[in-house]
Design a protein around this ligand. Structure first.
Ligand code: C2E
Ligand code: CA
Ligand code: CA
Ligand code: CA
Length: 272
């Protein structure tokens, strides 16, 4: 039993060591990739409802690794948050997104995902201001998407940076609504310009419980004058339900997948 335990331990030890080595290697490769063509942005259209026009596009980061191929953001954004690279990666994303959007028709906004760790950077406001100034993008065309996680500590610092971003004209969007922190207090402590219902609810439509939750979120948002976006719309049935419930904007594979910049330009030209 003793040797088994030791073997077990050694096996675990080796697996852990391998995993740490892989993460360190991937982290180093990500550092080198940020300034290179391995990292790029795709853009997914958001459609107004009613109207069915593209009113915004969300920038989604992509990593084409020379040997591993496409690594999804869920796998490297977390790594970048752990090793601090999220600051450089996030700054690159903001600049690239603004540069892209400045060439679109002026009514089309650009939504950029920002990690809670980026918001804690004292330089964050000036990073955003620089991205806007360098690209020439009007601040009201930039939407900053954050998740409920930043309210886990409902700190004054968090509210301050959001207020400052609002003051320079950017919109703040509450992303993945309904999945994270359960208190609704932060909805009163900060005025969001938009709330995005998480796709886990949308994908259960037309189930009655999901429909009830979405209806409740929409009436809550309406009572506070905040427009609602639904993400992850994959079927026409889901789209029709959201339309009936009074949702303001929709995003999902049904309407358009994330696509490279030349393709999104084509989509915008035919739907803006
Ligand atoms: P998110 O912000 O919730 O982005 C939406 C994700 O849902 C995207 O995945 C998109 O491709 C996917 N999606 C859109 N429509 C549908 C649909 O109809 N069905 C399904 N099944 N999926 C749909 P993606 O691009 O893999 O990004 C995953 C997450 O990675 C994002 O979730 C976001 O949290 C994070 N992320 C992506 N780009 C960035 C970035 O530049 N910075 C930061 N901090 N995070 C990012
Ligand atoms: Ca998002
Ligand atoms: Ca989301
Ligand atoms: Ca998400």
């Amino acid at each position: 039993a003793k040797s088994q335990g030791r073997n077990g331990f050694q096996f675990f030890d080796a697996a852990l060591r391998d995993e740490i080595q892989t993460r360190v290697r991937l982290g180093n490769e990500l550092r080198a990739a940020i300034a290179s063509s391995e990292i790029s942005l795709h853009f997914q259209p958001l459609y107004s409802m009613p109207g069915n026009r593209i009113s915004a596009c969300e920038a989604l980061v992509r990593w084409y690794h020379p040997t591993h191929g496409m690594i999804p953001p869920d796998q490297f954004v977390g790594l970048a948050e752990e090793n601090g690279l999220i600051h450089d990666l996030g700054e690159w994303v903001l600049r690239a997104a603004c540069m892209e959007a400045v060439d679109w028709p002026a009514q089309v906004k650009i939504a950029v995902n920002v990690s809670p760790i980026q918001l804690r950077n004292p330089r964050f406001l000036s990073i955003v201001e620089n991205a806007l100034a360098c690209s020439g993008l009007a601040p009201h065309r930039l939407e900053i998407e954050i998740t409920e996680n930043i309210f886990v500590q409902n700190s004054a610092t968090n509210r301050d940076i959001l207020k400052q971003l609002g003051r320079i004209g950017c919109s703040i969007v509450l992303d993945d609504f309904g999945t994270g922190y359960s208190s609704l207090g932060y909805l009163r402590s900060f005025q969001f310009q938009k709330i995005k219902i998480d796709r886990s609810f949308v994908q259960e439509l037309p189930e009655r419980s999901a429909s009830g939750i979405i209806q409740a979120i929409i009436s809550l948002a309406q009572s506070m004058d905040i427009p609602i976006t639904a993400e992850g719309v994959e079927t026409h049935d889901q789209w029709a339900h959201l339309n009936d419930l009074g949702c303001n904007q929709v995003q999902g594979f049904l309407l358009g997948r994330p696509q490279p910049s030349d393709m999104i330009r084509q989509s915008i030209l035919s739907h803006a």
